[in-house]
Design a protein around this ligand. Structure first.
Ligand SMILES: C[S@@+](CC[C@H](N)C(=O)[O-])C[C@H]1O[C@@H](n2cnc3c(N)ncnc32)[C@H](O)[C@@H]1O
Length: 218
């Protein structure tokens, strides 16, 4: 328990500093371009220290930030003090425990979070439930490598990496999991995350949409 709290404190304290160079070299511009497509009622899962906040366009009406980690949430709270022009709330929900009715959101945002959730399939089902018909999931995630040698290393180091980096998994095929949930991927860009080790370099980003239910479908 104490170990977990120390780890959580250290990760939250060092997160922005550790990501600074990668943010400048690629993530910031990816976030800006992706989040320009957000709108309406928005849920961001695993909002971390709030790095996406400056990129939300005016067409986003209401923002719900979910962040289960108390240390991250403290930092998030500080950042949101500068964004009072939007209707904004912070919750301690994990993605599997979002206390909102079905079809609550037009946009759900997940950036570098689906690697850390305990069960990818359950989390994506929950995202699917929470989206309105035609609503979109905006995602930016690091995924399993397409290089056989890197894959072998990803499998080897995943347990220790997960322990040090807040349950982060290295071997998830997140695009396949999104499709398996029934969300339709409309945009998919693959690119290496600059300035990171090979085992977290391969990323996917894009948009997946929830289909409108067919008339008469149960
Ligand atoms: C690598 S950080 C990403 C933070 C931020 N989204 C970003 O783009 O920089 C992963 C975040 O996911 C959060 N997280 C971990 N498990 C989660 C869960 N089950 N549901 C929601 N968020 C979770 C962590 O607390 C952490 O803030």
């Amino acid at each position: 328990m104490v170990m977990k709290q120390i780890r959580s404190y250290l990760i939250a304290k060092s997160y922005d500093y550790a990501m600074y160079s990668t943010e400048k070299r690629c993530l910031q511009s990816w976030r800006k371009e992706l989040l320009a497509q957000a709108g309406g009622d928005l849920l961001e899962i695993g909002a971390g220290t709030g790095v996406n906040l400056p990129h939300y366009p005016d067409k986003v009406k209401q923002i719900t930030l979910s962040e289960p980690d108390g240390q991250m949430r403290r930092r998030l709270q500080r950042k949101t003090d500068h964004f009072q022009q939007k209707q904004l709330s912070i919750t301690p929900w994990g993605v599997d425990t979002i206390e909102m009715p079905d079809a609550s959101f037009d946009t759900i945002v997940s950036t570098l979070v689906l690697c850390s959730v305990p069960n990818l399939k359950t989390s994506l089902s929950e995202i699917q439930r929470l989206l309105k018909p035609e609503g979109i999931l905006i995602f930016l995630e690091h995924v399993i490598s397409d290089h056989p040698t890197t894959r072998i290393w990803q499998h080897r180091i995943e347990p220790i990496w997960g322990f040090c980096a807040g349950n982060c998994h290295l071997t998830r095929d997140t695009a396949a999991a999104i499709r398996a949930t029934g969300l339709q991927i409309e945009q998919l860009i693959e690119a290496p995350m600059v300035g990171t080790p090979a085992f977290v370099q391969r990323t996917i980003r894009g948009i997946a949409r929830k289909a409108v239910p067919l008339a008469g479908a149960v």
